[in-house]
Ligand binder design. Structure first.
Ligand SMILES: *Cc1c(COP(=O)(O)O)cnc(C)c1O
Length: 401
């Protein structure tokens, strides 16, 4: 715990927001910061949950513990609707209370002796949970606070946001997030093929975080799952979540796929041990949340309702991208994610964050909070109402123009 690098990013941002609001009590601060959803959950989903919840008050409707791995119907719906024609069996899907929580349970399974690689920049959860497990050497402040035992795979515009794997040392586990938080970049089919081949050659496990899979544009050829790549079943665990596609950030529901073909060097199934971890440290996701998850996936109406919400955020992203482009900024992400990644050459991320907040009362996220490779960038999130996004863009334009 002592080795955790000071201050988790988002508490620091909310402290600065509070200080700003104190300084300017009348300012209408707009947050394009934290990756939390803002659109209401479609009522086809909440009515299923409320009906089930009311049933819990009746002798016929009451249910206690469910299976630790999740309701069969939901596991089946995920296998069929999220992974069509990818050969995923319902028994390989473990329902959870969210991807963040699965990251911690996977780290518990891997233990402290493994070596891990992460994209740089990336979602902070992989490194922080690894540090808590004790997978790290000390934080080396001289190299931007990297931990000496963790492999940082630089992902920048210069390498199409994909590392040159020929120069990446072997690690036991590779955490890979696509579409990526924070860069918004979705890996191409060829990039994921390289990643799977690399892991197969090295005997590494890929933990593929597909929390933003539903933001991948239908008109491109970007995979929404690692299992679209041949051979992935032998090397990859996929973690995902209802948070960003169904607005379940507060409801809490996610899943992990651990394929039967994923084996340790001695031939035993990783899924067997993950099942043991789940049964020991987690008694299953909330039954109410699982009913909601099923309502998102089981019917065409449910699927259409959540698609519409994702579509709203994607339109916001378009507004943000167009705004920064019109200002002559180098802009990335956006097409396949709710995040826009903007470069400010020669400036430090926290400086840019502070300047934008001071002049426009808009909250962004400093890129350096996601790893040393994020320095010089800010992440701008599309999670807000259209009206506020448009207002924020107007303020940014008058300030940056
Ligand atoms: C939001 C997010 C998560 C966390 O999802 P929960 O299911 O809400 O725990 C995981 N991974 C990435 C990349 C995220 O952005």
């Amino acid at each position: 715990m002592e080795k955790l690098r000071s201050g988790y990013l988002f508490p620091e941002i909310s402290m600065r927001r509070e200080a700003h609001q104190k300084k300017y009590p009348d300012a209408k601060v707009i947050s394009l910061g934290i990756g939390d959803t803002t659109e209401p959950i479609p009522s086809i989903i909440t009515s299923a949950m409320s009906e089930y919840a009311l049933g819990l008050s009746t002798p016929e409707g009451y249910q206690g513990y469910g299976p630790e791995q999740g309701q069969k119907s939901l596991r089946k719906a995920i296998a069929e609707k999220v992974y069509p024609n990818m050969g995923i069996r319902d028994t390989e899907v473990f329902i959870s209370d969210g991807a963040q929580c699965d990251i911690a349970r996977l780290q518990m399974l891997f233990g402290r002796d493994v070596t891990i690689a992460v994209q740089d920049p990336t979602f902070p959860g992989y490194v922080d949970s690894g540090v808590i497990m004790g997978q790290t050497g000390g934080a080396d402040e001289s190299s931007g606070g990297r931990y000496s035992r963790i492999e940082y795979m630089r992902c920048a515009p210069e390498n199409a946001f994909f590392p040159d794997l020929a120069t990446v040392p072997r690690t036991d586990v590779i955490f890979f997030c696509s579409p990526n938080n924070p860069t918004g970049h979705a890996a191409s089919r060829e990039q994921l093929r390289q990643l799977v081949d690399f892991a197969r050659g090295n005997g590494s496990i890929v933990v593929f975080d597909s929390a933003y899979a539903s933001y991948v544009s239908a008109d491109g050829d970007k995979p929404r799952s690692i299992y679209e790549v041949p051979g992935a079943r032998e090397v990859a665990i996929e973690i995902s979540s209802f948070s960003k596609f169904a607005g379940f950030t507060g409801v809490r529901l996610g899943w992990a796929v651990v394929p039967d073909e994923l084996l340790y060097a001695d031939g035993t199934r990783v899924a067997r041990d993950f099942d043991r971890v789940v049964c020991t440290s987690f008694n299953g996701a909330s039954s109410v949340a699982q009913v909601g998850g099923l309502a998102c996936l089981a019917t065409e109406e449910g699927r259409e309702a959540v698609r519409r919400v994702v579509g709203k955020y994607k339109e916001n992203t378009r507004v943000l991208v167009d705004t920064f482009r019109a200002l002559g900024k180098e802009v990335y992400g956006g097409d396949d994610s709710p995040y826009v990644w903007v470069r400010f050459p020669g400036q430090r991320s926290w400086e840019v964050f502070a300047e934008i907040l001071e002049k426009t009362h808009v909250i962004t996220v400093p890129g350096s909070g996601f790893g040393p490779g994020g320095e010089g960038f800010i992440r701008v999130s599309a999670f807000n109402s259209r009206e506020r996004v448009v207002e924020a863009c107007a303020r940014l334009t008058s300030f940056l123009a």
